[in-house]
Design a protein around this ligand. Structure first.
Ligand SMILES: [Zn+2]
Length: 481
Protein backbone atom coordinates (compact mmCIF):
# COMPACT_ATOMS: atom_id res chain seq x y z
CA UNK A 1 0.00 0.00 0.00
CA UNK A 2 1.10 3.53 -0.69
CA UNK A 3 2.46 5.30 2.37
CA UNK A 4 1.85 9.05 2.59
CA UNK A 5 2.94 11.57 5.17
CA UNK A 6 2.12 15.25 5.62
CA UNK A 7 4.12 17.54 7.88
CA UNK A 8 4.03 21.30 8.35
CA UNK A 9 5.68 23.95 10.47
CA UNK A 10 3.72 26.91 11.75
CA UNK A 11 3.92 29.70 9.22
CA UNK A 12 6.17 32.36 10.74
CA UNK A 13 4.61 35.78 11.04
CA UNK A 14 6.71 38.06 8.84
CA UNK A 15 6.91 41.13 11.06
CA UNK A 16 10.48 40.38 12.13
CA UNK A 17 13.61 38.65 10.91
CA UNK A 18 13.99 34.89 11.43
CA UNK A 19 15.34 33.84 14.83
CA UNK A 20 16.55 30.64 16.45
CA UNK A 21 12.99 29.54 17.29
CA UNK A 22 12.13 29.48 13.58
CA UNK A 23 15.34 27.63 12.70
CA UNK A 24 14.58 25.06 15.37
CA UNK A 25 11.13 24.30 14.04
CA UNK A 26 12.25 24.15 10.39
CA UNK A 27 15.06 21.73 11.24
CA UNK A 28 12.97 19.45 13.44
CA UNK A 29 10.23 19.14 10.83
CA UNK A 30 12.90 18.58 8.19
CA UNK A 31 14.46 15.73 10.19
CA UNK A 32 11.08 14.01 10.47
CA UNK A 33 10.33 14.60 6.77
CA UNK A 34 13.70 13.14 5.73
CA UNK A 35 13.25 10.21 8.12
CA UNK A 36 9.83 9.37 6.64
CA UNK A 37 11.33 9.52 3.15
CA UNK A 38 14.00 7.03 4.25
CA UNK A 39 11.17 4.72 5.32
CA UNK A 40 9.62 4.97 1.87
CA UNK A 41 6.83 7.46 2.52
CA UNK A 42 5.65 10.01 -0.04
CA UNK A 43 6.15 13.20 1.93
CA UNK A 44 4.38 16.53 1.64
CA UNK A 45 6.39 19.07 3.65
CA UNK A 46 4.87 22.51 4.13
CA UNK A 47 6.04 25.84 5.44
CA UNK A 48 5.64 29.46 4.38
CA UNK A 49 4.82 32.86 5.74
CA UNK A 50 1.81 34.34 7.53
CA UNK A 51 1.50 37.80 5.99
CA UNK A 52 -1.79 39.42 6.99
CA UNK A 53 -2.99 41.23 10.08
CA UNK A 54 -2.71 44.39 12.05
CA UNK A 55 0.80 43.81 13.38
CA UNK A 56 2.21 43.62 9.86
CA UNK A 57 0.07 46.51 8.67
CA UNK A 58 1.39 48.64 11.53
CA UNK A 59 5.02 47.60 11.00
CA UNK A 60 4.89 48.43 7.28
CA UNK A 61 3.15 51.75 7.96
CA UNK A 62 5.75 52.63 10.57
CA UNK A 63 8.61 51.90 8.18
CA UNK A 64 6.76 53.85 5.51
CA UNK A 65 6.88 51.04 2.93
CA UNK A 66 4.10 49.50 0.89
CA UNK A 67 2.80 46.54 2.84
CA UNK A 68 3.05 44.26 -0.23
CA UNK A 69 6.75 45.06 -0.48
CA UNK A 70 7.26 44.72 3.24
CA UNK A 71 5.90 41.16 3.33
CA UNK A 72 7.71 40.18 0.16
CA UNK A 73 11.10 41.28 1.52
CA UNK A 74 10.53 39.50 4.80
CA UNK A 75 9.24 36.30 3.18
CA UNK A 76 12.51 36.24 1.25
CA UNK A 77 14.50 36.19 4.49
CA UNK A 78 12.69 33.03 5.57
CA UNK A 79 13.34 31.39 2.23
CA UNK A 80 17.03 32.16 2.64
CA UNK A 81 17.04 30.63 6.08
CA UNK A 82 15.52 27.42 4.70
CA UNK A 83 18.32 27.25 2.17
CA UNK A 84 20.99 27.97 4.80
CA UNK A 85 19.58 25.19 7.00
CA UNK A 86 19.66 22.67 4.13
CA UNK A 87 15.92 22.07 4.38
CA UNK A 88 14.56 19.60 1.78
CA UNK A 89 14.41 21.31 -1.58
CA UNK A 90 10.97 19.95 -2.39
CA UNK A 91 9.41 21.73 0.59
CA UNK A 92 6.23 23.65 -0.28
CA UNK A 93 6.38 27.32 0.61
CA UNK A 94 3.02 29.02 0.90
CA UNK A 95 2.52 32.75 1.37
CA UNK A 96 -0.87 33.68 2.78
CA UNK A 97 -1.05 36.62 0.35
CA UNK A 98 -1.01 34.13 -2.53
CA UNK A 99 -4.32 34.56 -4.44
CA UNK A 100 -4.83 30.78 -4.47
CA UNK A 101 -4.58 30.66 -0.70
CA UNK A 102 -6.96 33.59 -0.33
CA UNK A 103 -9.54 31.87 -2.55
CA UNK A 104 -9.16 28.71 -0.43
CA UNK A 105 -9.63 30.64 2.81
CA UNK A 106 -12.75 32.27 1.32
CA UNK A 107 -14.12 28.89 0.31
CA UNK A 108 -13.56 27.59 3.82
CA UNK A 109 -15.39 30.65 5.17
CA UNK A 110 -18.32 30.03 2.82
CA UNK A 111 -18.68 26.39 3.83
CA UNK A 112 -18.44 27.17 7.55
CA UNK A 113 -20.98 29.94 7.05
CA UNK A 114 -23.39 27.72 5.06
CA UNK A 115 -23.16 25.17 7.86
CA UNK A 116 -24.39 27.85 10.27
CA UNK A 117 -21.25 28.49 12.28
CA UNK A 118 -20.65 32.13 11.35
CA UNK A 119 -22.82 35.02 12.55
CA UNK A 120 -22.60 38.79 12.86
CA UNK A 121 -22.59 40.59 16.20
CA UNK A 122 -21.07 43.54 17.96
CA UNK A 123 -17.50 42.88 19.03
CA UNK A 124 -16.20 44.61 22.10
CA UNK A 125 -12.85 43.42 23.30
CA UNK A 126 -9.41 44.23 24.57
CA UNK A 127 -6.90 43.17 21.98
CA UNK A 128 -3.13 42.70 21.90
CA UNK A 129 -1.74 43.44 18.44
CA UNK A 130 1.54 41.76 19.46
CA UNK A 131 -0.22 38.43 19.94
CA UNK A 132 -2.98 39.20 17.44
CA UNK A 133 -5.29 37.86 20.15
CA UNK A 134 -8.13 39.04 22.35
CA UNK A 135 -7.25 39.35 26.02
CA UNK A 136 -9.41 38.99 29.09
CA UNK A 137 -8.78 41.29 32.08
CA UNK A 138 -7.32 38.37 34.01
CA UNK A 139 -4.70 37.86 31.30
CA UNK A 140 -3.50 41.47 31.51
CA UNK A 141 -1.06 43.08 33.96
CA UNK A 142 -1.67 46.82 34.48
CA UNK A 143 -3.78 46.75 31.32
CA UNK A 144 -0.80 45.46 29.28
CA UNK A 145 -0.15 42.08 27.68
CA UNK A 146 2.57 40.39 29.76
CA UNK A 147 4.26 39.20 26.56
CA UNK A 148 4.12 42.65 24.95
CA UNK A 149 4.46 45.17 27.78
CA UNK A 150 5.65 47.86 25.36
CA UNK A 151 2.39 47.80 23.36
CA UNK A 152 -0.90 49.43 24.29
CA UNK A 153 -3.94 47.19 24.48
CA UNK A 154 -6.39 48.13 21.71
CA UNK A 155 -10.08 48.47 22.54
CA UNK A 156 -12.20 47.05 19.73
CA UNK A 157 -15.86 47.99 19.52
CA UNK A 158 -17.37 47.25 16.12
CA UNK A 159 -19.67 44.92 14.25
CA UNK A 160 -17.82 41.71 13.31
CA UNK A 161 -18.38 38.21 12.11
CA UNK A 162 -18.03 35.52 14.76
CA UNK A 163 -17.12 31.87 14.62
CA UNK A 164 -19.39 29.68 16.75
CA UNK A 165 -16.49 28.10 18.66
CA UNK A 166 -18.75 27.33 21.65
CA UNK A 167 -20.66 24.77 19.54
CA UNK A 168 -17.57 22.54 19.45
CA UNK A 169 -16.71 22.09 23.09
CA UNK A 170 -18.17 18.60 23.43
CA UNK A 171 -16.99 17.46 20.01
CA UNK A 172 -13.45 18.59 20.76
CA UNK A 173 -13.40 16.91 24.16
CA UNK A 174 -14.76 13.68 22.66
CA UNK A 175 -12.11 13.83 20.00
CA UNK A 176 -9.31 14.44 22.52
CA UNK A 177 -10.39 11.48 24.64
CA UNK A 178 -10.43 9.25 21.55
CA UNK A 179 -6.89 10.40 20.66
CA UNK A 180 -4.86 10.93 23.85
CA UNK A 181 -1.68 11.39 21.79
CA UNK A 182 -3.24 14.01 19.50
CA UNK A 183 -1.03 16.66 21.12
CA UNK A 184 2.59 15.95 22.07
CA UNK A 185 3.90 16.20 24.74
CA UNK A 186 1.33 14.90 27.20
CA UNK A 187 1.55 18.04 29.37
CA UNK A 188 0.31 20.15 26.41
CA UNK A 189 -2.45 17.63 25.74
CA UNK A 190 -3.62 18.11 29.33
CA UNK A 191 -3.39 21.88 28.92
CA UNK A 192 -5.65 21.93 25.87
CA UNK A 193 -8.18 19.55 27.44
CA UNK A 194 -8.33 21.82 30.47
CA UNK A 195 -8.70 24.95 28.29
CA UNK A 196 -11.60 23.48 26.30
CA UNK A 197 -13.22 21.99 29.43
CA UNK A 198 -13.55 25.46 30.94
CA UNK A 199 -15.90 26.47 28.12
CA UNK A 200 -15.31 28.08 24.73
CA UNK A 201 -16.26 31.60 23.72
CA UNK A 202 -17.15 32.40 20.15
CA UNK A 203 -14.44 34.52 18.62
CA UNK A 204 -14.41 37.32 16.09
CA UNK A 205 -13.12 36.32 12.68
CA UNK A 206 -13.29 39.63 10.82
CA UNK A 207 -12.14 43.24 10.99
CA UNK A 208 -13.67 46.38 9.54
CA UNK A 209 -11.79 47.10 6.35
CA UNK A 210 -11.91 50.86 6.84
CA UNK A 211 -9.91 50.48 10.07
CA UNK A 212 -7.54 47.72 9.01
CA UNK A 213 -7.62 46.68 5.35
CA UNK A 214 -4.71 44.17 5.37
CA UNK A 215 -6.52 40.84 5.28
CA UNK A 216 -8.22 38.33 3.01
CA UNK A 217 -11.56 39.80 1.88
CA UNK A 218 -14.64 38.29 3.53
CA UNK A 219 -16.80 36.69 0.82
CA UNK A 220 -19.80 38.82 -0.21
CA UNK A 221 -19.09 41.63 2.24
CA UNK A 222 -16.75 44.37 1.12
CA UNK A 223 -16.71 46.08 4.50
CA UNK A 224 -14.84 43.25 6.20
CA UNK A 225 -11.55 41.45 5.95
CA UNK A 226 -10.79 38.16 7.70
CA UNK A 227 -9.17 37.99 11.09
CA UNK A 228 -5.58 36.89 10.45
CA UNK A 229 -5.89 33.58 12.29
CA UNK A 230 -8.88 32.39 10.27
CA UNK A 231 -7.03 32.95 7.04
CA UNK A 232 -3.62 31.75 8.28
CA UNK A 233 -4.77 28.42 9.69
CA UNK A 234 -6.45 27.57 6.40
CA UNK A 235 -2.97 27.39 4.81
CA UNK A 236 -2.54 23.84 6.08
CA UNK A 237 -5.04 22.67 3.48
CA UNK A 238 -4.83 25.40 0.82
CA UNK A 239 -1.14 24.47 0.40
CA UNK A 240 -2.41 21.13 -0.93
CA UNK A 241 -4.50 22.91 -3.51
CA UNK A 242 -7.75 22.53 -1.56
CA UNK A 243 -10.52 23.06 -2.64
CA UNK A 244 -9.54 22.89 -6.35
CA UNK A 245 -7.17 19.92 -6.26
CA UNK A 246 -8.81 17.24 -4.16
CA UNK A 247 -6.36 14.49 -5.16
CA UNK A 248 -3.45 16.01 -3.21
CA UNK A 249 -5.81 16.77 -0.35
CA UNK A 250 -7.01 13.17 -0.21
CA UNK A 251 -3.54 11.78 -0.52
CA UNK A 252 -1.90 13.88 2.18
CA UNK A 253 -4.59 15.40 4.41
CA UNK A 254 -7.07 12.55 4.50
CA UNK A 255 -4.55 9.69 4.24
CA UNK A 256 -1.25 11.27 5.25
CA UNK A 257 -1.55 11.66 9.06
CA UNK A 258 -1.18 15.47 8.88
CA UNK A 259 1.31 16.52 11.52
CA UNK A 260 1.74 20.12 12.65
CA UNK A 261 4.79 21.41 14.50
CA UNK A 262 4.19 24.55 16.54
CA UNK A 263 5.37 26.61 19.50
CA UNK A 264 3.63 26.49 22.86
CA UNK A 265 2.05 29.89 22.24
CA UNK A 266 0.21 28.30 19.29
CA UNK A 267 -1.38 25.43 21.16
CA UNK A 268 -4.94 26.80 21.35
CA UNK A 269 -5.00 27.96 17.76
CA UNK A 270 -3.77 24.70 16.29
CA UNK A 271 -5.18 22.10 18.67
CA UNK A 272 -8.58 23.72 19.30
CA UNK A 273 -9.52 26.62 16.98
CA UNK A 274 -8.25 25.01 13.79
CA UNK A 275 -9.79 21.64 14.68
CA UNK A 276 -13.14 23.31 15.36
CA UNK A 277 -12.92 25.13 12.02
CA UNK A 278 -12.30 21.81 10.27
CA UNK A 279 -15.24 20.26 12.12
CA UNK A 280 -17.41 23.20 11.12
CA UNK A 281 -16.49 22.65 7.47
CA UNK A 282 -17.02 18.88 7.71
CA UNK A 283 -13.35 18.19 6.91
CA UNK A 284 -11.05 15.58 8.51
CA UNK A 285 -9.01 16.79 11.46
CA UNK A 286 -5.25 17.03 11.84
CA UNK A 287 -3.55 13.86 13.05
CA UNK A 288 -1.01 15.25 15.49
CA UNK A 289 0.18 18.55 16.94
CA UNK A 290 3.79 18.55 18.13
CA UNK A 291 4.52 21.43 20.48
CA UNK A 292 8.04 22.83 20.85
CA UNK A 293 9.16 24.44 24.10
CA UNK A 294 10.28 28.06 24.29
CA UNK A 295 13.89 29.05 23.84
CA UNK A 296 15.37 31.59 26.24
CA UNK A 297 18.75 33.23 26.70
CA UNK A 298 21.24 32.04 29.32
CA UNK A 299 19.73 31.76 32.79
CA UNK A 300 16.19 31.58 31.39
CA UNK A 301 16.10 35.30 30.54
CA UNK A 302 14.01 36.30 27.53
CA UNK A 303 16.22 36.97 24.51
CA UNK A 304 16.27 40.60 23.50
CA UNK A 305 18.41 42.98 21.49
CA UNK A 306 18.82 45.35 24.43
CA UNK A 307 20.17 42.56 26.64
CA UNK A 308 22.50 41.47 23.84
CA UNK A 309 21.70 37.80 24.42
CA UNK A 310 20.00 37.00 21.12
CA UNK A 311 21.33 34.09 19.07
CA UNK A 312 21.44 34.71 15.35
CA UNK A 313 21.07 31.43 13.41
CA UNK A 314 22.59 33.01 10.30
CA UNK A 315 25.73 34.03 12.12
CA UNK A 316 26.16 30.60 13.71
CA UNK A 317 25.71 28.84 10.36
CA UNK A 318 28.27 31.11 8.70
CA UNK A 319 30.81 30.37 11.42
CA UNK A 320 30.20 26.75 12.46
CA UNK A 321 28.33 25.35 9.45
CA UNK A 322 24.80 24.17 8.71
CA UNK A 323 25.05 20.75 10.33
CA UNK A 324 26.45 22.24 13.52
CA UNK A 325 23.33 24.36 13.86
CA UNK A 326 21.05 21.46 12.97
CA UNK A 327 22.81 19.34 15.56
CA UNK A 328 22.48 21.93 18.31
CA UNK A 329 18.78 22.67 17.86
CA UNK A 330 17.69 19.03 17.78
CA UNK A 331 19.85 17.71 20.60
CA UNK A 332 20.77 20.53 22.96
CA UNK A 333 17.40 22.30 23.01
CA UNK A 334 14.80 20.16 24.72
CA UNK A 335 11.92 19.13 22.41
CA UNK A 336 9.20 20.06 24.87
CA UNK A 337 10.56 21.95 27.86
CA UNK A 338 11.87 25.49 27.82
CA UNK A 339 15.61 25.61 27.20
CA UNK A 340 18.23 28.26 27.78
CA UNK A 341 20.69 28.72 24.94
CA UNK A 342 23.89 30.72 24.59
CA UNK A 343 26.88 31.07 22.29
CA UNK A 344 28.92 29.32 25.01
CA UNK A 345 26.71 26.24 25.15
CA UNK A 346 26.67 26.09 21.35
CA UNK A 347 30.45 26.23 21.23
CA UNK A 348 30.80 23.56 23.89
CA UNK A 349 28.38 21.19 22.12
CA UNK A 350 30.20 21.76 18.83
CA UNK A 351 33.66 21.11 20.24
CA UNK A 352 32.79 18.14 22.43
CA UNK A 353 30.45 16.20 20.17
CA UNK A 354 31.15 17.20 16.60
CA UNK A 355 34.88 18.03 16.55
CA UNK A 356 35.86 15.44 19.16
CA UNK A 357 33.05 12.86 19.24
CA UNK A 358 31.91 12.34 15.68
CA UNK A 359 34.63 14.09 13.67
CA UNK A 360 37.44 12.42 15.56
CA UNK A 361 35.88 8.96 15.21
CA UNK A 362 35.41 9.30 11.46
CA UNK A 363 39.00 10.33 10.99
CA UNK A 364 40.37 7.55 13.23
CA UNK A 365 38.44 4.78 11.53
CA UNK A 366 38.95 5.89 7.97
CA UNK A 367 42.67 6.47 8.57
CA UNK A 368 42.97 2.82 9.62
CA UNK A 369 40.73 1.69 6.77
CA UNK A 370 42.83 3.49 4.19
CA UNK A 371 46.04 2.08 5.66
CA UNK A 372 45.07 -1.55 6.29
CA UNK A 373 42.14 -2.54 4.10
CA UNK A 374 42.49 -3.75 0.54
CA UNK A 375 39.32 -2.02 -0.62
CA UNK A 376 35.95 -0.61 0.53
CA UNK A 377 33.96 -2.58 3.10
CA UNK A 378 30.65 -4.09 1.95
CA UNK A 379 28.04 -2.37 4.10
CA UNK A 380 24.92 -3.29 2.15
CA UNK A 381 23.55 -5.66 4.76
CA UNK A 382 23.64 -3.44 7.81
CA UNK A 383 20.18 -2.72 9.21
CA UNK A 384 19.13 0.26 11.29
CA UNK A 385 18.53 -0.06 15.04
CA UNK A 386 14.98 -0.24 16.36
CA UNK A 387 15.70 2.24 19.15
CA UNK A 388 16.67 4.96 16.67
CA UNK A 389 13.39 4.40 14.81
CA UNK A 390 11.31 4.40 17.96
CA UNK A 391 12.76 7.73 19.03
CA UNK A 392 12.15 9.40 15.68
CA UNK A 393 8.63 7.93 15.49
CA UNK A 394 7.85 9.73 18.75
CA UNK A 395 9.55 13.00 17.66
CA UNK A 396 12.37 12.51 20.19
CA UNK A 397 15.16 13.56 17.87
CA UNK A 398 17.20 14.44 20.97
CA UNK A 399 16.94 10.86 22.27
CA UNK A 400 17.78 9.49 18.82
CA UNK A 401 20.95 11.62 19.01
CA UNK A 402 21.72 10.40 22.54
CA UNK A 403 21.49 6.87 21.17
CA UNK A 404 23.75 7.66 18.21
CA UNK A 405 26.36 9.40 20.38
CA UNK A 406 26.34 6.46 22.78
CA UNK A 407 27.27 4.25 19.83
CA UNK A 408 29.98 6.75 18.92
CA UNK A 409 31.56 6.64 22.37
CA UNK A 410 31.22 2.84 22.58
CA UNK A 411 32.98 2.50 19.28
CA UNK A 412 35.71 4.88 20.40
CA UNK A 413 36.23 2.75 23.50
CA UNK A 414 36.43 -0.45 21.49
CA UNK A 415 39.06 1.09 19.22
CA UNK A 416 41.13 2.14 22.24
CA UNK A 417 40.93 -1.27 23.85
CA UNK A 418 41.43 -3.45 20.81
CA UNK A 419 44.54 -1.61 19.56
CA UNK A 420 44.28 -2.63 15.91
CA UNK A 421 47.50 -0.79 15.00
CA UNK A 422 49.51 -3.07 17.35
CA UNK A 423 47.79 -6.18 16.04
CA UNK A 424 48.49 -5.12 12.46
CA UNK A 425 52.24 -5.56 13.07
CA UNK A 426 51.79 -9.24 13.97
CA UNK A 427 48.56 -10.37 12.29
CA UNK A 428 47.33 -8.16 9.47
CA UNK A 429 44.27 -10.34 8.74
CA UNK A 430 43.07 -9.99 12.31
CA UNK A 431 43.59 -6.22 12.14
CA UNK A 432 41.64 -6.05 8.89
CA UNK A 433 38.70 -7.84 10.52
CA UNK A 434 38.67 -5.36 13.36
CA UNK A 435 38.85 -2.34 11.07
CA UNK A 436 36.09 -3.73 8.84
CA UNK A 437 33.93 -4.10 11.92
CA UNK A 438 34.59 -0.44 12.81
CA UNK A 439 33.72 0.69 9.29
CA UNK A 440 30.45 -1.25 9.38
CA UNK A 441 29.49 0.30 12.69
CA UNK A 442 30.48 3.74 11.37
CA UNK A 443 28.26 3.22 8.35
CA UNK A 444 25.30 2.49 10.64
CA UNK A 445 26.06 5.67 12.56
CA UNK A 446 26.23 7.62 9.30
CA UNK A 447 22.93 6.17 8.13
CA UNK A 448 21.23 7.09 11.40
CA UNK A 449 22.59 10.62 10.99
CA UNK A 450 21.19 10.97 7.48
CA UNK A 451 17.94 12.79 8.36
CA UNK A 452 19.63 14.81 11.11
CA UNK A 453 22.96 15.92 9.61
CA UNK A 454 22.40 15.18 5.91
CA UNK A 455 25.61 16.73 4.57
CA UNK A 456 27.88 15.11 7.14
CA UNK A 457 26.18 11.76 6.72
CA UNK A 458 26.63 11.77 2.96
CA UNK A 459 30.28 12.76 3.32
CA UNK A 460 30.95 9.87 5.70
CA UNK A 461 29.14 7.41 3.44
CA UNK A 462 31.07 8.69 0.45
CA UNK A 463 34.47 8.23 2.11
CA UNK A 464 33.48 4.78 3.36
CA UNK A 465 32.68 3.77 -0.20
CA UNK A 466 36.02 5.24 -1.38
CA UNK A 467 37.90 3.68 1.56
CA UNK A 468 39.65 7.00 2.06
CA UNK A 469 40.33 9.29 4.95
CA UNK A 470 38.45 12.62 4.56
CA UNK A 471 39.65 16.05 5.63
CA UNK A 472 38.41 16.94 9.15
CA UNK A 473 34.59 17.22 9.00
CA UNK A 474 34.37 19.70 11.86
CA UNK A 475 37.26 22.09 12.30
CA UNK A 476 38.29 23.10 15.80
CA UNK A 477 37.43 26.75 16.33
CA UNK A 478 37.74 29.63 18.73
CA UNK A 479 34.51 30.65 20.42
CA UNK A 480 32.35 32.85 18.17
CA UNK A 481 32.28 36.52 19.07
ZN1 LIG B 1 0.58 40.12 23.47
Amino acid sequence: MEKNFYITTTLPYVNARPHLGHALEFVRADVIARYKKMLGFNVFFNTGTDEHGEKIWNAATKENVKVENYVKTNAQKFKHLLRDLNILEDIHFIRTTDPKHIRGAQKLWEIVSQNGFIYKANYKAKYCVGCELEKTDSELRDNKCPQHPNLDIVEINEENYFFRFSAFQKKLLDFYSSRPDFVLPESRMKEIVSFVSKGLRDFSISRLRKKMPWGAPVPKDEEHVMYVWFDALANYITTLGWPDDISQFNKFWVNGTPTQYCGQDNLRQQAAMWQAMLMAAGLPLSYQIVVNGFVTGAGGVKMSKTLGNTIDPKKLIAYYGTDALRYYVVRHIHPWDGSAVSDESFHEAYSANLVNGLGNLVSRILTMAERYLLGPVDISEESLPEEWRKNLDSFRIDSACDFIWKRISDLDKAINEEEAFKIAKKDIEKARKLVSKYVKELSIIAKMLEPILPQTSLEIQKYISLNKKPLPMFVRKEMIR
